[in-house]
Design a protein around this ligand. Structure first.
Ligand code: MBD
Ligand code: FE
Length: 306
């Protein structure tokens, strides 16, 4: 069947059958996607058993709550970022901290404090390297933003996230820090390890068939927001990770790999009440002001809340 014939058929199924009020956006998207799928079935000669296998795969991925993991693994979440970057460039925005994907593991409702927070519950202190990370949230003009909200979340030494990993304490490695009068934030935590897709899960099963790994380099997630400014969704990577530029979710970006300083000076260690060297990362965020010309930066999406 030709693509033209398919378009006519899909129109007869999706468009011409409407007898009630139509949501034109939904209609246009559904007709397009069904048409594109039919064309793929035709062109690739997808067999009925293969078609049902695909639906079964999506059903299982959905039941296991892995569709939010599949999207970054297939590059789709990165694609949304590329388009958001293009839209911002078109609206004349440049020089802000680069965005990168949110991923599926944010949880709303983390404890909030001003200026400083400790993220880790101490349960991995035996094996972990202590991390201090600090910086300033600036506006586009380079003016510090007091009262900005820095939401931060990351994995533990197993590469797992609290809430999704029920063995961790509530909100372990998740906090909301409000910047101080100088626009500064600081937190104490542990240097995280990279994430790996659940072995045997839907996403990893598909990645295996594609000959791909499901690893992410060690990283720390952020939402940074301030009144009158565009919300920033981003991550920083821990430099030196073997997967730094081989992320299964394609989220590593120039500008998001700050230097990790090893602090070994005895006096500095004592000032932090520690008895071992620690890692320190300086990282500033620069937010864009609100722009009517650019698409909304806040992404509506169902998120976990605890
Ligand atoms: C993660 O920790 C993550 O950030 C993404 C994007 C996907 C899977 C796990
Ligand atoms: Fe993550």
């Amino acid at each position: 069947m030709t693509h033209n014939d398919i378009d006519k058929l899909v129109k007869s199924w999706i468009i011409d059958t409407a007898t009630g009020p139509v949501n034109p956006r939904v209609q246009a998207v559904v007709a397009r996607l069904v048409g594109d799928l039919c064309k793929a079935i035709e062109d690739l000669d997808i067999q009925p058993s293969e078609f049902w296998k695909g639906l079964e795969f999506l059903t299982n991925a959905g039941k296991a709550n892995e569709l939010g993991l599949l999207a970054p693994g297939l590059g789709l979440e990165r694609f949304l970022d590329i388009r958001a970057d293009e839209a911002e460039a078109k609206a004349g925005l440049q020089g802000g901290t680069p965005r990168t994907i949110e991923g599926p593991l944010y949880v709303a409702g983390a404890p909030e404090s001003t200026g400083f927070a400790r993220l880790d519950d101490g349960s991995e202190s035996d094996q972990a390297e202590v991390l201090f990370m600090q910086g300033t949230v600036y506006d586009e003009a380079g003016k510090p933003l007091p009262g900005a909200k820095v939401e931060v979340w990351h994995a533990n030494l197993m590469g797992n996230y609290s809430f999704f990993d029920s063995t961790q304490s509530h909100f372990n490695l998740r906090r909301t820090i409000i910047t101080d009068a100088e626009g500064r934030y600081q937190f104490r935590s542990i240097v995280p390890k990279g994430y790996g897709c659940p072995p045997g899960g839907s996403t990893q099963t598909l990645l295996d068939l594609l000959g791909r790994h499901g690893r992410r380099p060690a990283h720390i997630h952020f939402f940074v927001s301030a009144a009158g400014h565009r919300k920033l969704t981003t991550q920083i990577n821990i430099d030196g990770d073997e997967y730094l530029w081989d992320d299964f979710a394609f989220a590593s970006r120039e500008g998001l790999v700050p230097a990790v300083a090893k602090v070994t000076d005895a006096a500095a260690i004592a000032r932090k009440d520690l008895n071992q060297p620690y890692a320190s990362i300086d990282f500033d965020f620069r937010l864009y002001g609100e722009r009517p010309a650019a698409p909304e930066a806040e992404v509506a999406r169902v998120r976990a809340a605890a």
